[in-house]
Structures are given as structure tokens and as C-alpha cells.
Write a protein that binds this ligand. Sequence first.
Ligand code: SAH
Ligand code: SF4
Length: 393
Amino acid sequence: MLVSDRPSLTAIASVGPTAADGRLPLIGLDKAEMAALAVEMEEKPYRGTQLFHWIYSRGARSFDDMTDISKVCRTRLTDTFTLERPEIAQEQISEDGTRKWLHTFADGQKAETVLIPEDDRGTLCISSQVGCTLTCRFCHTGTQRLVRNLTAGEIIAQILVARDALDEWPTPKDDSRKITNIVLMGMGEPLYNFEAVKKAMKIVMEGDGISISRHRMTLSTSGVVPEIERCGEELRINLAISLHAGTDDVRSKIMPINKKYPLKELMAACAAYPGASNARRITFEYVMLKDINDSEADARALVDLVKDVHCKFNLIPFNPWPGTPYECSSKKTIERFQTVLTDAGLTCPIRTPRGRDILAACGQLKTDSEKLSAKERRAQAEQAWAEKDAQLG
Ligand code: SAH
Ligand code: SF4
């Protein structure tokens, strides 16, 4: 029987926007869904396993590449489904080797992905939303209004596009990898899109898929307390928290989400994070903002705050963006801050900014930029913050 109508799998229908030609995206389906699809096409379930392998492990971009699947089946797949990636609207390479891709998804929405190559690893920083509903005052993405969640397929497609661009699909002769680590630290708050993030990361972990271990994946959250435990229970990946202050007073000013989930609750969730131990510590990210959160008293408050959590710190020099009200703390101030934490026995390297020249560093991503003066940008940011803060309540 030919598949004349689209398969009725709700999972497929809900995967995401259809391609311009009306075909349905297959990227984003997990192994069970692919097996179910095969059965619906009156094929053996193992066809689903083959599809999974071709798509995520071999990087096939056309069903015709799938030489161990019959011609008839390939044609039927091609008639209904697509393996199309999001279009690359822009690709930039920083003077330090950092690469940034701006993707346009099937409905025209955009998000960015950043690759940070280092000597011993390659970290791909992926987005989970278009924009962000939150309004952390130091973050460029937080000034962006337009928001939708990315689908699991769109989250995974960011990895596939990077692998295409790096030409790193494994061959029998060469299965070396340039992308070794995945961090959910691009645009958006991953715990506000947890179902899609979870599905995508589970697919990425599969041994006969992209096959990146959960130990090499990190999810960063601004502190959506009710979802933190699930992340540890259901995904078991590393957790990073955007902490940025040691007191509720300071944190609420720069991260309005703190009014909803204050530090006491956040620390309790971190202390109870499933899987956290001295060997697998939670990372606290701390952006150094001049005269806002960078005093020795701020550092001492932090030491006291985190005493019950297996943790390490990352001190991040603030990365400026057009229209920002903040400046980065001086090198001396950052070092003084670091000394207080180190003296208390905490690990706290100072991160070297990467990709600043192409606005690819932490907190610099934004995809709806217009050509505006600094004053206009600031006004636009304040308006976006006010609207979004009102929704946050
Ligand atoms: N929404 C999630 C994931 C984004 S991760 C979260 O907030 O955790 C991006 C990281 O960069 C976060 O730790 C964020 O707080 C930090 N960041 C945001 N703006 C920054 C800036 N301008 N300079 C340095 N770091 C910044
Ligand atoms: Fe959103 Fe994270 Fe930026 Fe805050 S720091 S606005 S949560 S992307």
C-alpha cells in the first residue's frame, strides 16, 4: 500500500512548522516514533531504526542516500517527509575562531547557535527559544520581544547544521569529532521549553544517533525552580545556574525572575539536584557587572549562600551589547572577587570571553536587531522589559 495520505501520527503532526512545499519534517522524531512511522507505512519497525541512524548518525540530507532502504520506500518517504535543515541566514567567524550561525526556520523565525573551539574540545551552544520571555537586565536576548519555543527538531537541527558546516559526519575511516560538548546556553530559557529540550537531548544521547554523552551536556537556567528537579531526574545532564548575585535584593534588580523564585528556594533546589555530588558539581555562572554585584561584600554573601551546594563558579566578564546600561568590572575587581571565593575553598575560574567581535559571546545573542541609535536601543529594551515583566507578575 502506498502512503497516499499523510501518516496520522500525532507526534509527527506536532513536530513543527511544515516545509514550504508542505512536506513534514522528520528531524526531531525519536526512535520509537520512527519505528511507529515505519509500521504505519507497512514496513518492518527496524526501518525506523535505519532511518534514525541515517538521519542522526550519518547526517543524511536526502532519503535517496539511504542505500539499505528499498527504492519504493525511499520514494514514499520523499513524497511526504523532508530532512531539510533551517536555512543559514548568516554565518560569522570570530578572530578567535568562534563561529556563529543565524538560522531561519520554516516559519521565518530566527535563532542563533555558537561553536566555541578549544584545544581539547568543541562546545556547541544551542538555543531553545526564539528570544526569551525573561528580562535579565544584562542580557541582550532579554531585550527581544518576539518569542516562540523551538521544537525538538529545531533544537537538534542546530547540531546537524553545525556538523554539516564542519563536515564532521563520521565515515568508516574518520569518526573524529569537532563538536564534543553541547550547552543549552544560547537564546531562551530551556526550562520554559523543557519537553522539547528533553526530547532533543535524549535523541542526541542515543548511541546510534548523534551519540554525545549526557556528561558532556549542560543546561543553563536562570532559576526556574519547579523544573530543576525534573531536569536532574529525567535528563540527568549537568546543571548550570545563572546566579549573578548573592542577595535577593541585588538579584531581583538584575533578574526579575528572582521575585518569583527567590534565592532560598533556588538554593534548596540546587542542594537537592539529583546526581549532584562533589564529582559532578553544579556550575554557578556569575557575570561581573561594575558597581552592581562585584564588591567583596557581594563575594562574601555568595560564599555563605552556596554553603550547602556541591558547586563551582564561573566568573564571566560582562559582554557588552548595543544599548546596554552596564559595564564590565575591572580586571582588578574581578580578581579581588575571585580571591574571596578561592579563599573560601570554591573553584572559580575567570572565563575568557569568546566571539565578542561577532556578538557571539554569552548574553550577546539577539535576532531581531534593527539599525537604531544607542538611545533608541535603550528605549526599546526598556519597553520590552516593562511588557515582559508585567507578564511575569
Ligand atoms: N536562559 C538561560 C540560558 C542562557 S545561558 C540562562 O539564563 O541561564 C547564557 C549565559 O550568559 C547565562 O548565564 C547568562 O546569565 C549569561 N549572560 C547573559 N548576558 C550576559 C552578558 N551580557 N555578558 C556575560 N554573560 C551574560
Ligand atoms: Fe533569558 Fe537567560 Fe538572557 Fe535571562 S540570561 S534573558 S533567562 S536568555
